[in-house]
Design a protein around this ligand. Structure first.
Ligand code: FSX
Ligand code: SF4
Ligand code: F3S
Length: 389
């Protein structure tokens, strides 16, 4: 049976990329070329991404779950746009995932073993959830092993390690004071470089972009001092927020449901942590459901879920430290039609992979979906971090 599945997977992978992704060849080529032109990529960069997407070999991914809510996996699979999950499941070979596997017990343990042996030194380890360290890590065990033991064992032969979600990045929700289990992020217990993709849940596009980068260039993307990919976490939320014009004009919602809140004014005085949180939420959005589909767009202050020391640490209602007072060069529109507008699609992902800044990625996403739609702009090349090359 195992063999039959392998043959089926190989037959599917042998089909042309446009067939696998449900696009025409022309659409696929135009898609890559448009991105390259719009972003001013160095000659050949789009071709490399194109080639990687077409490749029949998909990296084996082993996905471990520890202290978390499974929201990372849920957000990856519950996107509205079918292209997203198609893309994810097309670019990787998900060889071990406790939540998604139909198998259990010895069968799934055997699957882990064979994925590790068959792809030794080549697989990507993805960890979802924090690692409890108190009392020798006994507060989270899978198949008789602690999360610490299992992570170290699987990480030893991994080509790359990705911590998905805030829990795996630094402890997140399980590490909330007083952190009874001593929950920490993956990078605290292994010696290898780890790329962190925080967010509770994280944006699935940021995960996909990271994997496609690995696929295209054979390395994980450049990261910041917290090991977060620069393409996604180099800008403050406040810099691209559609309510920013209201912040600069001093128009604030003072209570949920008041006139300012109903008019879409800035949520700073309700505790929005956008001014001290680095992430691309306002530009890449969630769920492919159109404009406004991100926390602030829906009327709730950002709680800083991607920022260690802010999310799950600072009370939601306390005022944020404003890290950058410089007004943006371009303001996003303050009246976006709710539930309509562009579809992010894969454009922003590939733009991000190719080294563009989040703002430029958003422009491409908007342009792909709507023709022209204005929006935030900006761009800068990434610098290499510890796991960059
Ligand atoms: Fe949940 Fe993931 Fe939050 Fe944590 O996301 S959405 S608690 S970051 O590890 O499952
Ligand atoms: Fe947007 Fe929050 Fe900044 Fe206001 S404080 S502009 S709501 S990110
Ligand atoms: Fe999290 Fe704030 Fe984005 S709460 S999802 S970082 S808007």
């Amino acid at each position: 049976m195992h063999q039959e599945l392998k043959e089926l997977a190989a037959a599917w992978a042998a089909r042309p990329v446009e067939e696998r992704l449900g696009m025409t060849r022309r659409e696929f080529m135009t898609f890559c070329a448009t991105l390259a032109t719009t972003l001013g990529l160095p000659t050949g960069a789009h071709a490399a991404v194109e080639k990687a997407m077409e490749a029949k070999r998909r990296p084996s991914v082993i996905w471990l779950h520890f202290q978390e809510c499974t929201g990372c996996t849920e957000s990856m699979l519950r996107a509205e746009h079918p292209t997203l999950e198609k893309l994810i499941l097309d670019v990787i070979s998900l060889d071990y995932h406790e939540t998604l596997f139909a198998a259990a017990g010895h069968q799934i343990e055997a699957a882990l073993k064979s994925a590790m042996t068959e792809n030794k030194g080549q697989y990507v380890l993805v960890v979802e959830g924090a690692i409890p360290t108190r009392d020798n890590g006994i507060y989270c065990k899978v198949a008789g092993q602690t999360a610490i033991e299992m992570t170290r064992k699987v990480a030893a032969d991994a080509a790359a390690v990705i911590a998905i979600g805030s829990c795996a990045s630094w402890g997140g929700m399980p590490a909330t004071d007083p952190n009874p289990t001593g929950a920490v992020g993956v990078h605290k217990i292994i010696d290898k470089p780890v790329v962190n993709i925080p967010g509770c849940p994280p944006n699935p596009y940021n995960f996909l972009a990271t994997v496609v980068h690995f696929l295209t260039f054979g390395s994980l993307p450049p990261v910041d001092h917290l090991n977060r990919p620069l393409f996604a976490y180099s800008r403050l939320i406040h810099e691209h927020c559609e309510r920013r014009a209201h912040f600069d004009a001093g128009r604030f919602a003072m209570e949920f449901g008041d006139e300012g809140h109903r008019k879409g004014y800035c949520l700073y005085k309700l505790g929005c942590k956008g001014p001290e949180t680095y992430a691309n939420c306002p530009t890449i959005l969630f769920g492919d459901a159109g404009s406004g589909t991100w926390p602030v767009g829906c009327g709730h202050p950002c709680i800083g879920c991607t920022e260690e020391g802010v999310g799950f640490t600072k009370p939601i209602h306390t005022l944020a430290r404003v890290k950058n007072l410089e007004p943006p060069t371009t303001y996003p529109g303050t009246k976006e039609p709710q539930g309509k507008g562009f579809t992010v699609g894969a454009g922003a992902v590939l733009a991000a992979v190719a080294g563009a800044a989040a703002g430029a990625g958003a422009m491409v996403a908007r342009n792909l979906g709507k023709g022209t739609d204005g929006g935030a702009s900006g761009g800068e090349g990434g610098k290499s971090g510890p796991a960059g090359n």
